[in-house]
Design a protein around this ligand. Structure first.
Ligand code: 5GP
Length: 191
């Protein structure tokens, strides 16, 4: 007997809103498979090639793009990011929940292609709170923090846009309390 088709879950949100923590919690579920994106950005300390991202030189990324290997792709902060096409098809066919963590422009491409799934935007409670969280992380200087805050403001505005008359995201969750946010996503996925 064939497994019932799995479900796509798209998670987006600005840097510092908590989406990576939400994804980390969802990955603990055995039925969840996480999409490993390709990117041209430099590897950060602690990241592993093939696990956190497929780190590619720009010409390699562009060749794959020309070969239509990505389901969606976007430029973010000067670097290219893309979701490889095949893992999703295979995971959904196996009945897995396929988790994709991408930014807003890529999400729009998935919606425009009519790809079904649960689309979730994790928002900070406020811009001031986001700035505080980024400062607390201590991994960016003041200029970078303000740059991220500006990108976040654009992303929050874009998250409320419509695609063909329908909301881009099924739900926009304000992450005040991480555990509560994780429980809210889990409840939507496995009611
Ligand atoms: P970072 O460089 O901080 O890991 O990611 C920067 C942004 O790129 C985040 O918003 C992240 O969700 C997004 N991103 C990561 N992979 C992809 C991808 O494959 N496609 C798109 N559109 N965005 C991605």
């Amino acid at each position: 007997m064939n497994a019932p088709r799995g479900k796509l879950v798209v998670i987006s949100g600005p840097s510092g809103a908590g989406k990576t923590s939400v994804c980390r919690a969802l990955k603990q579920h055995p039925q969840v498979e996480f999409s490993v994106s390709a990117t041209t950005r430099a590897m950060r300390a602690g990241e592993r090639d093939g696990i956190d991202y497929h780190f590619l030189p720009r010409d390699d990324f562009q060749r794959r793009l020309a070969e239509n290997q990505f389901l969606e792709w976007a430029t973010y902060n000067g670097n290219m990011y893309g979701t490889p096409r095949w893992p999703m098809d295979q995971a959904l066919a196996r009945g897995q929940t396929f988790l994709v963590e991408i930014e807003v422009k890529g999400t729009r491409q998935l919606r425009e292609r009519g790809i079904e799934g649960l689309y979730v935007f994790i928002a900070p409670p406020s811009i001031d709170e986001l700035r505080r969280r980024l400062q607390k992380r201590g991994s960016n200087d003041a200029t970078e923090i303000e740059q991220r805050v500006r990108i976040a403001e654009d992303e929050i505005a874009a998250s409320r846009e419509l695609v063909a008359g329908a909301p881009l995201y099924d739900v926009i969750l304000e992450n005040r309390d991480l555990d509560a946010t994780i429980r809210a996503v889990e409840a939507m996925l496995w009611p």
